[in-house]
Design a protein around this ligand. Sequence first.
Ligand SMILES: C[S@@+](CC[C@H](N)C(=O)[O-])C[C@H]1O[C@@H](n2cnc3c(N)ncnc32)[C@H](O)[C@@H]1O
Length: 358
Amino acid sequence: MATSNIDIEKAKKTAEQIFGFLGGAMASAMIYLGDRMGIYQKMNGAGGVTSHELAHKTGLNERWVREWLHQQASSGVIDYKGDGRFELSAESALVLADENSPLFLAGGFCAIPQQMGLLNLLPESFKSGHGLSYDQMGPEVNRGVERLLAPWFRTQLVPSALPRLDGVVAKLQAGAKVADVGCGAGVAVVEMAKAFPKSDFHGYEIAKIPLVTARDNAKKAGIKNALFHDASVEPLAGDASCDFITTFDCLHDMTRPDLVMKSIRKAIKPDGTWLIADVHGQPTFESNLKDNPLAPVMYGFSVICCMSSALSEPDGLGLGTLGFPEPVARKMTAEAGFTRFVTKDFDNPINAYYEVRP
Ligand SMILES: C[S@@+](CC[C@H](N)C(=O)[O-])C[C@H]1O[C@@H](n2cnc3c(N)ncnc32)[C@H](O)[C@@H]1O
């Protein structure tokens, strides 16, 4: 190997950076374990605890708990208070322990083992070009999507977002027909159906795994005004009957979002509203590289989940996680026959929101 032109300091820095990436992977793995074994819950509000106290509280083995605490403290996830005491701060508890906090993120980590397991299948996708549907990704991946996105639905959708759409809440209060397309585990439908008992809610989903969860979630919530449909056999009817349609974080995952958008255009009333939530992306790769600090996470999610899903049929457009930025959303909704497009800022660093009307 010719080394004369190699900047060895730069090579060492690259090695440091690459090795540092393992730190993120290890922290993610440990967050998975903390969430799975309920350790964050036991630390929440407990102040500074020793590994022995935490082992007692959780019923786990002290030596293993101590090593996990060392990893979490050295990652900066929890605080080391000295004298062998570790604390989950109130701020970290909002992110790691409180499932009802809008900042809760630990739930999404429940997908990590199955997502990483998909790496065994992806080399074949790189050769064939074909991705995996959400059913093929398995239950933990679907559960991870549900738990990652649910906090916003539970805390923001009804109280903060819907009132900022033109005339939608009045219609929902009076009794409206609503469709949530790509509804996943149905958390958004359940939240809206609880808040607006005079309206009828319909979730449409092609994957069987989240569809079962959605029906279960509706049953547990005791709501009678929500139905979930398998969109592959019972698609959205093109009868201009829907007052309000929503698509949350799913257009970029769909194989043919263009066709789904056209079916939404046929299903919506002339004075209806369509709320789109999709991942904040910049219009080009270059602008994502420059201005999007979440780009590395999002492109990774794309290969493992979103683009994979969007290529899971032979004719898939393959948009992917960052493939539906505002200019694409404007163009595709116009091509589907919508004439009004308003960008909404619902104070979410991950998602952009668009109020779209015929
Ligand atoms: C990232 S998940 C989001 C789920 C849900 N909207 C949420 O916010 O929790 C995307 C979902 O879109 C579904 N999907 C993809 N293509 C679809 C289609 N053509 N019709 C209905 N659902 C679809 C996938 O199966 C997956 O459950």
